[in-house]
Write a protein that binds this ligand. Structure first.
Ligand code: OAD
Length: 239
């Protein structure tokens, strides 16, 4: 039975994290065997690491590209694309994920606040826009160059950097009446604060995942389970 009812006047803001891609075979970050296991964040995901050890940074993100590009969208990604088709402009998806499984499932109104694995950008921030780059680099020498001549870096938001397109996210947050958060541990800000913001603004806040996130108390409803199993039958869109 559908547990989340969407009224004709509702505007839905969806926030996804690594959990939505778990059943596509991509490991989450904070599971004991997860993505950070075996890596120190500061060695591969900080501006300092990019300056002092770009080879390790690129090796980490090349491996992640390889896994993500081989993965396939699961029924959770597909259910969200279906919800978007029903709601049109009343739907917005903000993902913390850097894989492209949402778009491959058919999502269009989406924003990657932590960047995208399939793009690279100038490591010297010359102002050139990010470029499509799906290459799996075997060595630092192979990494492409920006139009300004500087080496490219992954189009990923590192720790200590500001997430992308925050003003647009804020605008969408303020317009929404229903916040649906899926598969994120609630440990990385600012994303972890979105549900609280929505709740303060009087919206419904719903969490979907197998275990409570760190910010569980801000949700008005929780649905316990794996995204790929729960999402396909979760939404009742009223017309
Ligand atoms: P985490 O690894 O912190 O959390 C993953 C969440 O997914 C956990 O709460 C799990 O309970 C849940 N989960 C696991 N399997 C699931 C399933 N099948 N269905 C639904 N939920 C499931 O990952 P995030 O919260 O996404 O940032 O991490 C946030 C950010 O931290 C990432 O975007 C990344 C990382 O540092 C950057 O790289 C900038």
């Amino acid at each position: 039975m559908a547990a989340v009812s969407i009224a004709p006047t509702d505007r839905v803001f969806v926030l996804t994290g690594a959990g939505i891609s778990a059943e596509s075979g991509l490991p989450t970050f904070r599971a004991s065997d997860g993505l950070w296991a075996g890596y120190r964040i500061e060695d591969v995901c900080t501006p300092e690491a990019l300056r002092s050890n770009p080879a390790d940074v690129w090796a980490f993100y090349s491996a992640r590209r390889e896994n993500a590009f081989a993965a396939k969208p699961n029924p959770g990604h597909i259910a969200l694309a279906e919800l978007e088709r029903k709601l049109g402009g009343r739907y917005f998806l903000c993902t913390q994920n850097v894989d492209d499984l949402h778009e491959r499932a058919g999502s269009e109104r989406l924003l990657h606040m932590h960047g995208e694995l399939s793009k690279s950008r100038c490591s010297q921030q010359c102002g050139a826009p990010p470029v499509e780059d799906r290459r799996i680099y075997k060595s630092l020498e192979e990494v492409g160059r920006c139009v300004c001549g500087a080496r490219l870096r992954p189009h990923i938001v590192f720790f200590g950097e500001i997430p992308l397109e925050m003003p647009r996210i804020e605008r969408e947050l303020m317009k929404s009446t229903v916040m649906i958060v899926i598969g994120t541990s609630g440990s990385v800000y600012p994303a972890a604060g979105f549900a609280q913001q929505a709740r303060y603004a009087g919206g419904r806040t719903i969490y979907i995942g197998p275990e409570p996130p760190l910010n569980a108390s801000v949700f008005t409803q929780s649905v316990t389970g794996n995204a790929a199993e729960v999402l396909p039958d979760l939404f009742a869109v009223q017309s």
